[in-house]
Design a protein around this ligand. Structure first.
Ligand code: SF4
Ligand code: SF4
Ligand code: SF4
Length: 505
């Protein structure tokens, strides 16, 4: 029978069998301790230093995964010094980590649209699904596909190799042809509070759409006799036919939004809305400070003024964010707007990396529609979408490095040097895994899994110090190295270094 000892963790005594580590004891108590190189069922190989805790008697920090618990220990699992130490550990891991979490095009799109996902679907001929992806962030794809100056294309990595992917025209195609089978966007009626939207330009329409999609009752107040605001400006007539705008406004209204025309909403009108509405989004040129300081007898109501924007896509982004804020407000949450996640970024591709990125693409030149006003044909769309390099990481929604960088507000730039970085390589073994060594943090989990299951080759550490690499020995292929363990290794790798080749569509 094993000896039973007692230790204190965060001022609470716990009894455990001798031999258990401090980390295991703390996890059993329900403590949240971050780990990257620890993997249950495998022997310990301390390298990431994320599981640091403090000896309360001496003030010493140590890695809890490698220290067996000892009688009388007094442990602190979280304080400012521990948080700072974990953050530094993360920043050191990030200093040698080369990868983009989200694609640069998506980060440059003010509405943060998932462009690589749209491209993958269009390349496969899945126009309807591509349309649904676009509509998650931009409810006016046919409109924006005709008038947007495409800041996303300026950031496109394909531009570094030859020319940017024609993202804007691809989105236009998804908007023009995806919605045909998708007219029924009506949202179930619900008794949740009414929201007033003042103005029906791109910001007002967008806020109305995303609030309605969340189930709220929404009413738009518009001065003119038609919706669209600045989108009806005569300068846009040539590029943006009225029927295209009308069709997209209909899709938005068909979700079940009410409209009242001919309302010149001044401050007094907005103040008069307080008896009927729980929140008011002001998407017109009524002076925003005036709006904020206006007198509302009803303290429960809140006004959300949207700042005017130069570009329609910025107005869409602000409308979407306003919808997010109203939703937070009505749920009684802190009003912080859409959260911004940590994004690892490494800047421009270097020439030796072009071929690596082209492995997931084609080598065609950028396509142009035969007649610009007609947009792409269905064959052109597939070919142009297939030019995308898929710069987004396969693990971006399932990566411990990204999650902890968010949680600890880590900065990649603290120790990272853009001039002295590793080169990106992509070892693509279809049906097995994709291995991207520049994203590896040398946690050794893959090495220990392949060893545990007695792979003939498996992964191993090759080299020393800073130059150490995880490789299959004797130059064998990854397919040969991972005959039994490919799936488990891809799942267990805490970063996008080893991933399943299938993308989430
Ligand atoms: S491995 Fe993680 S941190 Fe690195 S690029 Fe992928 S998602 Fe981002
Ligand atoms: S190549 Fe594709 S994923 Fe990469 S930046 Fe361009 S459009 Fe985005
Ligand atoms: S490739 Fe292996 S060593 Fe590198 S991060 Fe993934 S599991 Fe860890």
């Amino acid at each position: 029978m094993k000896k039973v000892i007692s230790i204190i963790i965060d001022h609470k005594e716990i009894q455990l069998e001798a031999g258990e580590t401090v980390l295991q004891a703390a996890l059993r108590m329900g403590k949240e301790i971050p780990t990257m190189c620890y993997y249950e069922g495998l022997e310990t190989h301390t390298s990431c230093m994320m599981c640091m805790v403090k000896d309360a008697k001496t003030g010493t920090l140590f890695a809890s995964c490698s220290k067996p618990a000892e009688e009388g220990m007094d442990i602190i699992t979280k304080d400012e010094e521990i948080i700072e130490a974990r953050k530094t550990a993360l920043e050191l891991l990030l200093s040698d980590h080369v990868g983009d979490c989200e694609a640069p095009c998506q980060l440059s799109c003010p509405a943060h649209m998932n462009i690589p996902r749209m491209n993958r679907l269009l390349a496969e001929g899945k126009t309807q699904e591509a349309y649904e992806v676009v509509m998650q962030d931009i409810p006016l794809p046919s409109v924006l596909g005709r008038i947007c100056p495409a800041p996303c294309e300026k950031a496109c990595k394909r531009k570094e190799i030859d020319t940017a992917v024609s993202i804007c025209l691809l989105k236009r195609y998804a908007g023009d042809f995806g919605k045909i089978e998708s007219q029924n966007h009506r949202v179930a009626e619900s008794p949740i509070p009414q929201i007033a939207i003042i103005g029906s330009g791109p910001a007002g329409l967008t806020a109305a759409y995303y609030l309605r999609k969340r189930g709220y009752q929404v009413k738009i107040f518009e001065k003119e006799v038609r919706l669209g605001g600045e989108l009806r400006h005569p300068d846009l007539h040539e590029k943006l036919p009225a029927e295209v705008l009308d069709r997209e406004i209909d899709v938005i209204l068909n979700t079940g939004i009410q409209v009242q025309f001919g309302v010149d909403a001044d401050l007094a009108f907005i103040e008069g809305l307080q008896d009927e509405f729980a929140a008011v989004v002001v998407a017109t040129s009524v002076p925003k400070f005036e709006v904020r300081s206006s007198k509302f007898k009803n303290q429960d109501i809140r006004v959300f003024p949207i700042q005017s924007a130069k570009l329609a896509i910025q107005a869409v982004a602000r409308g979407k964010n306003a919808a997010f804020e109203v939703d937070q407000f009505l749920k009684g949450e802190n009003v912080t707007g859409e959260p911004k996640r940590f994004n690892s970024r490494f800047g421009k591709l270097l020439e030796p990396e072009f071929a690596e990125y082209l492995k997931e693409s084609n080598d065609l030149d950028r396509l142009e529609p035969e007649v610009l006003a007609n947009g792409f044909s269905s064959d052109q769309v597939k070919a142009e979408a297939a030019r995308c390099l898929h710069c987004d990481c396969r693990k971006l929604d399932n990566c411990k490095l990204r999650d902890y960088s968010d949680e600890y507000a880590a900065s990649q730039r603290r120790y990272f040097s853009i001039h002295d970085r590793q080169l990106v390589t992509k070892n693509i073994q279809q049906d097995v895994v994709i291995y991207e060594p520049a994203k590896c943090i040398k946690c050794g989990i893959c090495v220990r899994i392949t060893s545990k299951y007695k792979e003939k080759y498996g992964f191993t550490f090759i080299g020393r110090g800073f130059d150490v690499q995880i490789q299959i020995p004797f130059g064998e292929s990854i397919a040969k190295g991972l005959q039994k363990t490919a799936k488990e290794v891809a799942k267990a790798c805490p970063t996008g270094a080893i991933s399943d080749p299938t993308r989430i569509k």
